[in-house]
Design a protein around this ligand. Sequence first.
Ligand code: BMA
Length: 840
Amino acid sequence: MIHIRDLGSASQAWTLLDCDHRGGDVGARHACDPLTSPAGWLPATVPGLVAQDLLAAGRIADPFYGDNVKGARWIENRDWLYRTSFQITTDEAAKPVRLVCESLDTFASLYLNGELLTRHENQFRRLVVDVTGRLRPGQNVLVIAFEAPMPATVRRAGPKLAYWNEPWERLYVRKSQMSFGWDWAARTPTVGIVDPIRLEFSDDVWASDLYVSGRPLAGDRGTIRAAVDLTLAKAASPGPATAEMLVDGEVVSTSEVSLGAGSTHVALEHELLHAELWWPKELGSPHLYRVELRIRREQRVLFEATRRCGVRDIKLRLRDPANPNSSVFYFEVNGQRLWAKGDNWLPLDFLHTRVTPDAYRAYMELLMSGGVNCLRVWGGGIIEHAPFYDLCDELGLLLWHDFPYACGVYPKSEAFLEEARLEAIDIVQRLRSHASLALFCGNNENEVLAIQTSPDDRFHAIYYDVLPKVIAELAPDVAYHPGSPSSPSGKTHPDSMEEGDRHNWDVWFGGKSTEFLDDEARFNSEFGAQAFPQRESLESFIPPGDLWKPGAVSHPDGPSPGYLMARHGAQLDKLLPRAASFGLLFNADNLVATTQAFQAETIGRYIRHYRRLLPMTGGVVLWNYTSTWPSICWAAIDFYRRPKQAFYECKRSFRPAVIGIEPTDDGQETYAAHVSLDRPGKVRGIVTLELREIATGNVIHVERGEEGLDGPGAREALRMTLPAALDRRRHALVATFRHDGGIERDIRYLTRVADLVGTGGKLTAERHADRIELTSTGWRLRVGIESYETPAVWDDDYFDMLPGEKRVLRIAHGSMPAHQWVVADMGTRAPLAPGQKVEL
Ligand code: BMA
């Protein structure tokens, strides 16, 4: 058996030393010897990050507050030593033993009892060192010296390469690319032992990770396969052994194996007569089997491992003759199309080792309560911590996984390609057993960048040779896409809307409006817009007085507070002009409300537009929901887990059936109402398209019809041409789809929201123990309830109310928050206490 001794700080104490100016290696040797060890060690958390320990020790101020991140920058210029000591018995000292580090960030030298064991400098590769005979009975000291990350990076850099997001030297090192800062985050240096570290003792065998995979077969049968590679430990003798496979605790398959010199591949398979399939939550239940593989000789167990396994067939479909040019890009699970409604996943915390399994779960459930059914782990971040992947399997979230390359043209040297290959082997082996894994993707935006800067680098060997070969060998049933975006034929622009996926930044970076959308992307894997978080969240990271004062927003690169806001992500030059088309900006509440309204509108328009292209378009992945730190950024949920307006607009537009109004032409004289269904099943109902006067709510003209859909698709239900000489400021279009499953609505203004005439009236909000009742005498914009406590997701929030309407809000996810505010229009806001009735 392999005996595992966890070396994390939950089991034993670790300390951390700031090695002043790059004294790491020398310090590490001395540190192992109690007589020469320098003073000044701090308690350390392992797995953890240096910044986390410095924060706990009061050596840095919260880097997420105000301008403090600047005061933490020095971390990247110091060497850091981690030290622990542990007791080893005489018996253990005689056994074959390995030291395993799942992830070290990044430039690490490992010393055991004063001697250099090895060096390692790839955060994405597991380190395994044979330390047999090097542990001594009694006390042992392990020191891991981390070289100062920024100078280490600069030293390893070769010639300057094309990139977006400073510093370009990051392209040469295999360290999380966002740890150097990104356009949504200031550089918060990360250094540390970021995943589990352990000793493994074995008298018998060493083993690769257990690989399980399940596939459906004809009828309702299915198959489960479990495989492992075993190597005899030094003390063990070759010879026969018995391999057993257990499913849900029962032995289902047995086989005799012969353990010889070198590596032995053991694989067992079992056929299920009635397989329960793994489905993404939206399409069914994410059933998981418990699979064990056990190798024994007589009664002695040599190896044993357990994993959960889903029986499913996930395909990425690229061709469909029914489509105009036959090109599509969508996921199919067990033969059913899944219209992707995704989040571009970033770590939940820049200090990502602080994220607990409960925090992952709570966050994923929050996303799912908003209709999200898949996650794209974005290539600039990290390979997530293990609980993340287990939860995707368990909750039924489909997983798209980028390899960790982003926004750059990476080196092409033999050495770099070889490192890429070894790294890919580790990543694929680590992730391939997960039921939720739908797609491996080569990189984030590197092809688009290459086209602009050095077209010869578009088909870079990492994504077109190294990675596909590793996947074909180790995970042949997982789809591979060379980059996001990328065009499968290689003949169109990587960001083409005619094939492959597309990052649609037409609005945010391209300056386009959403009034008339003609994009026909087969799959939209990135699109988004920024917004401020709600006031309580802003107050948690921006010092009083810094948020709103003259000049604060006009010099994003100037000194604080302009600087402060820029460091917190805001691209104010883009954001404020757009927010201004929703209302005046004269205080912080307006800033929050107008930016959120703009973000929600942009995202909602795009989602409804792409839904209208069903079944040609395969889905949308929002950039993004996740806030890695407190910021003014693209996230639809802020760092404190408070949803922005966009979260609710997505929730509405991610419902099974949706209605959307779009102009049929650039001139915007005629509008069409489209209904769509994004999943299997049927929907039937009545559609209306009304032209209403805003001041009175009166219907000026109405079109009405019946509509129905069978399975994923969309239909134009109604059309209306606006009367000539209509005052567009005083009227709006309202489309409604009343069907068995509920009522869908879309409201389309015919001018900028800031220019509307006729909104107003009295809004009344009444807070009851289990609900909020809202009534409005006039046409009110973006009416909602803001909450302090989280998670608190309402069944709906931030919607427009028509004259005479009444709405009742209940909590759909989480619990009734204690502190609430009623909000409306573009910055009107009042507290709403229990039992209170408020008029706005
Ligand atoms: C996309 C991403 C990121 C970036 C985001 C916002 O292109 O892939 O690189 O942070 O846009 O600019």
